[in-house]
Design a binder for this molecule. Structure first.
Ligand SMILES: [Zn+2]
Length: 60
């Protein structure tokens, strides 16, 4: 007997809305974990004109 197991890895990448640089911050992260991972990588969040944006350490 065999059993196939599909393991999906979803890379979570944050993109800076200032310079456009992208950085992988983790895998298979839920929303809260994404926020925490962004903060841990030096990203900051801003709400501009009703739109949610994030900026890297250089752009904030
Ligand atoms: Zn940036």
């Amino acid at each position: 007997m065999f059993r196939n197991e599909e393991i999906k890895t979803i890379n979570v990448i944050v993109k800076c809305d200032g310079c456009g640089s992208e950085k992988k911050i983790g895998e298979n992260l839920g929303w809260d974990a994404r926020m925490n991972a962004c903060l841990a990588h030096g990203y900051t969040f801003k709400v501009e004109g009703g739109a949610f944006k994030n900026y890297c350490g250089l752009c904030k």
